[in-house]
Write a protein of this length. Structure first.
Length: 459
């Protein structure tokens, strides 16, 4: 669907009040495309289009909409229309909507649900905010171990339409406790008279409703599943979590980590829907922290102001030195934070990481130091600015780069591990934060090397 072509056409039909033609046109699109279309329309046209959608598409389309558009429609549509949508929505999508709304609004919307759906909604909202329980849906196929394959197939034909997924069939005892799961392929290929118990191997994977959502991501990746059962502490089957919900979690977590690594608190809403003052609030905290941190850079330079006054040329290379250390630290922090997120490294691996980064720092610092040395040594051949002791100055720059880059890699690699050990999110050890730490120490390293090598000559 091309929005460039479709939007003007839809708006023209709305303005001409050709409801029948518009309704027929909307039937040509799938729920995801309809949601994109509604998102791009002005607010005063969203409800017009939504009311003309076929009844079987309204709930599915509503689930694809961004929260801001959902909120707008809830305020615009009639109470009976809202009730129909909420009762037809999937439990996990409805929970995601309700948990974003104020308490009073949630209470009003819960009253629009049928008794059965209200029980499900309240149960989901009772789980911790980032738990698997809020992701699960109660629509699944469960069978008994004494059933025949034929009875299972008949049961699927009768009830499978309302199930979130029929790729996996769950076996429960007479009390509802999960005892096994079977792929639909096993059912389809088995003789009709064979019993479910003959197909069982009692080897199955499950999630607990109180598990963290990130745990679900790890389990899905490890076992390559499209759906997983969710149980309580006594292993009673409560619902299932499907891979599409896990993909949403991955996107949210990655977005949050990227924003934190950029040096700001993670946004709770999309960028375009975040209010100005909310945006400032999310950004100003880290900026103030980093600003105060950079004050230590000024303090560090004040200790060496005599050296700078004596050899002004030293000041020319300050940006080169501290930026190289900050860049190497940011590289190392990025690698380790991602490795932690993927489970490739853990706290127990800190010494291995340290050794690797020391070697990496020495190598990278040596390369940059070599380039820096020759930059200083060869420059006077064309522009004689550095005085007669330019070779000593080149040594200062080369050794300083070696030390600062190595220190940057060590700091960048160890800081995420320290943050995790202290119970904080490793992504909070952002690139600006690492750069700030390395800036201060980089100046100390630079001027210490300068004092050591240039005293009696340039100093």
């Amino acid at each position: 669907m091309s929005d460039v072509i479709i939007i003007p056409e839809i708006e023209e039909l709305i303005e001409q009040r050709k409801s029948r033609a518009l309704k027929e046109r909307l039937k040509e699109f799938r729920p995801g495309d309809l949601a994109e279309l509604i998102e791009d329309l002005p607010d005063n046209h969203k409800a017009v289009v939504f009311r003309l959608l076929p009844r079987e598409l309204t709930a599915d389309t509503f689930e694809y909409l961004a929260f801001r558009s959902q909120q707008h429609l809830l305020k615009t549509l009639a109470k009976n229309e809202v009730a129909a949508i909420l009762n037809e929505m999937k439990a996990d999508d409805r929970t995601a909507l309700l948990e974003e709304l104020p308490g009073i609004a949630v209470k009003q919307l819960l009253e629009l649900l049928t008794p059965d759906e209200r029980i499900v909604a309240v149960q989901h909202l009772g789980y911790p905010e980032d738990s698997v329980g809020r992701l699960m849906v109660p629509d699944f196929i469960s069978v008994r171990p004494d059933w025949t394959v034929q009875k299972v197939l008949d049961h699927i034909r009768k009830n499978g339409k309302d199930s979130e997924s029929i790729n996996v069939i769950y076996v429960t005892d007479d009390r509802g406790r999960l005892i096994d799961d079977l792929r639909i392929r096993e059912i389809l290929l088995a003789p009709a008279r064979k019993k479910v118990s003959d197909l069982m191997d009692e080897s199955f994977i499950f999630l607990q409703a109180t598990d963290d959502r990130e745990d679900a991501v790890d389990v899905f990746k490890k076992y390559d599943r499209v759906a997983l059962p969710v149980v309580n502490s006594e292993r009673f089957l409560l619902g299932i979590v499907t891979v599409d919900d896990v993909l949403d979690v991955i996107e949210e977590e990655h977005t949050e980590d990227i924003q934190k690594f950029g040096g700001l608190d993670a946004l709770e809403t999309p960028y375009m829907h975040t209010g100005f003052f909310q945006m400032i609030k999310r950004r100003v905290g880290w900026l103030i922290v980093l600003f105060f941190g950079q004050m230590f850079t000024v303090t560090a330079m004040s200790f060496f102001q005599d050296e700078i006054a004596t050899a002004v040329v030293l000041g020319l290379f300050i940006p080169l030195i501290i930026s190289s250390g900050g860049n190497s630290g940011s590289q190392a922090a990025t690698l380790i934070i991602r490795a932690l997120a993927l489970g490739e490294v853990g706290l127990k691996d800190w010494w291995i990481v340290m050794r690797r980064e020391i070697l990496a720092g020495l190598t990278l610092g040596g390369i940059l130091g070599f380039i820096g040395f020759f930059r200083v040594v060869l420059w006077p051949l064309f522009f004689p600015d550095y005085g007669e002791h330019y070779i000593l100055l080149g040594c200062v720059i080369g050794l300083s780069l070696l030390g600062v880059v190595m220190w940057g890699t060590i700091t960048g690699s160890m800081l995420p591990l320290v943050m995790q050990r202290l119970g904080f999110d490793p992504a909070a050890s952002s690139a600006p934060f690492v750069a700030m730490l390395v800036d201060v120490t980089g100046l100390v390293i630079y001027f210490s090397v300068a004092v050591l090598l240039l005293t009696g000559t340039m100093l």
